[in-house]
Design a protein around this ligand. Structure first.
Ligand code: N01
Length: 504
């Protein structure tokens, strides 16, 4: 890829202005690095929390933990906050830290290639924006960014209204409508309780019942908020309590253990308490170990399914017809609107954009059978590139932001090393990366995620490129320091650097 640029290279290009990109930008600035830009394809910041605005959208991780420790918010209104409040938190971080001028909206990265001579990444954009060069790149485009539609015959023939959970149509009036919801994952269990209040009828098409656990959501009163605001250490203490509470849950959901039975007992007790009809209960009973697919945290999904205007359909979908959905036993379910709560196009085998590294290596080719990286942040052959939410950094039991914060602090330290030492190449050693991934895959074999169920964590071949097989504490500890022994460092030659700057 060749680019022509009219400005000097950036020190850092951050791709994506969601939680991760914004967090990276804030920490770069706090480290004194100011020559950076954040490129965002959308016209607004916020990533997931800008896109997921469906009714009932909320986080099922407590807000005090689903936030950055470097940007505490004493004012969370509930234990588990809604999407608008989370988006507000992201926007207020941007406003308070002064990073807004660094954000370039409507910049969709088309591809990037590493110029080994100069030690910079050439980044090109779709459409008008001028290409840029950057000494380091933070890829923070997020794994759950693009809506996924199911591969059901006839899907394009439906003549009614269609909505995806991650692209909600707020202008559509559900009043009096017959609605079909496909999917019963983490998004669907939040949407259905809201839809049954508005629509004439809701049919929920379930392929696999999940483990549903209680999510006790409480309003945080003014007095408690004032304690978090004014009592030194109160906020940190609460965060720590949530953190270690979730860490203990790992014992039951990351690995099959006697505690997995306890998690399943809690799920079964909720099912027994909330669903009295034995047949419905049977249809809602999972046939895999708790934790294998994502746990569903909700108190109102089962009650919603039992409303007079709601019906659970468990027959497989045979096809979508112009006026509704036909199931395998031949029944036509007419619908005015189909809501796809069918998740995202998760790339476990390629990259979100074409990335060409050293010696013309193409990352998508190398990741064809499954993505891998070193500590999920750096990849051998792709110097000065840093990933957030990269391969094998997904948690099954704790806040994704805890993992993300560790990645951000690690990569900011690494970028600091590149700039302070004027490095051309900062590249993880292949042997370190291989050893790390062999150990990760061996450890994954013992986890619930690899115990036989199908989920978006796995490739079609069953390769797990998504989850981290351990405690968040372990993950955090391994990223606490940048061990220079893991990396090949090559200093910039002043003449080459000067040529690169003057050519750009
Ligand atoms: O998507 P999913 P999601 N026919 O992929 C079903 C995050 N999240 O948007 O289980 C029929 O989990 C599919 O069925 P099955 C979180 O990380 C976080 O709900 O594959 N059904 C499943 O029921 C989560 O993991 C929050 O058999 C079909 C559903 O569609 C991730 O987003 C809240 C089908 C898809 O479930 C994705 O969750 C919400 C077909 N052909 C989401 N194809 C928080 O609170 C698919 N399905 C933080």
């Amino acid at each position: 890829m060749t680019t022509t640029t009219s400005t000097a290279p950036l020190d850092v290009a951050v791709i994506g202005a969601g939680f991760a990109g914004i967090g990276a930008a804030i920490r770069l600035r706090q480290r004194g690095i100011t020559n950076f830009a954040v490129f965002e394809r959308d016209s607004e910041i916020g990533g997931t929390w800008r896109d997921n605005t469906y009714p009932g959208a909320a986080c099922d991780i407590p807000s005090r933990l689903y936030s950055y420790s470097f940007a505490p918010n004493p004012d969370w209104s509930h234990t588990y906050s809604g999407s608008r409040e989370i988006l507000g938190y992201i926007e207020s971080m941007v406003a308070e830290t002064g990073i807004r001028p660094h954000i370039r909206l409507r910049h969709t990265v088309a591809g990037m290639a590493f110029d080994e001579q100069a030690g910079v990444w050439d980044i090109s954009f779709e459409g008008d924006p001028e290409p840029v060069r950057a000494r380091a790149v933070v890829l923070a485009s997020g794994p759950l960014a693009n809506p996924g539609y199911p591969d059901i015959p006839g899907i394009e023939t439906f003549t009614g209204h269609t909505i995806h959970s991650a692209r909600w149509d707020h202008d559509y009036d559900f009043t009096g409508k017959k609605v079909a919801v496909i999917g019963t994952g983490a998004s669907a269990v939040q949407i259905v309780p809201e839809l049954v209040r508005r629509a004439a009828s809701v049919k929920v098409f379930q392929r696999t019942p999940g483990w549903v656990l209680p999510r006790v959501n409480r309003h945080t009163g003014a007095l408690t908020r004032s304690v978090y605001r004014h009592v030194p250490g109160a906020e940190t203490l609460a965060r720590q309590a949530w953190f270690y509470g979730h860490e203990s849950v790992a014992l039951g959901v990351v690995w099959n253990s006697p505690l997995t039975r306890v998690v399943e007992l809690v799920g079964r007790a909720q099912l027994r308490r909330q669903v009295k009809d034995p047949w419905l209960r049977r249809q809602l009973t999972p046939d895999f170990r708790a934790g294998c697919k994502r746990l569903l945290m909700t108190d109102d999904f089962y009650p919603a399914l039992q409303r007079d205007n709601c019906k659970l359909i468990t027959w497989p979908i045979a096809r979508i017809a112009p006026d509704g959905i036909r199931t395998a036993e031949g029944i036509e379910h007419r619908a005015d609107c189909i809501v796809y709560a069918t998740g995202f196009q998760v790339s476990k085998t390629g990259t979100p954009i074409p990335i060409t590294g050293r010696d013309g290596r193409v990352l998508s080719d190398e990741w064809q059978r499954g993505a891998f990286a070193y500590k999920s942040v750096t990849v051998s052959g792709y110097p000065n590139l840093f990933l957030t939410f990269g391969p094998n950094s997904g948690p099954g039991h704790n806040s994704a932001l805890v993992y993300m914060e560790s990645q951000i602090d690690y990569l900011v330290r690494a970028v600091g090393i590149i700039l302070d030492r004027d490095l051309r190449i900062f590249e993880v050693r292949q042997d370190r990366q291989d050893r790390y991934n062999t150990a990760i895959q061996r450890r994954l074999d013992a986890t619930t995620w690899n115990s036989g169920c199908q989920s978006w964590y796995l490739t079609e071949d069953g390769f797990n490129a998504t989850m981290y097989p351990g405690f968040a504490t372990q993950y955090r500890n391994q990223l606490r320091e940048v061990d220079l022994g893991d990396y090949t460092l090559v200093a910039a030659e002043p003449a080459v650097r000067a040529r690169a700057v003057s050519a750009s």
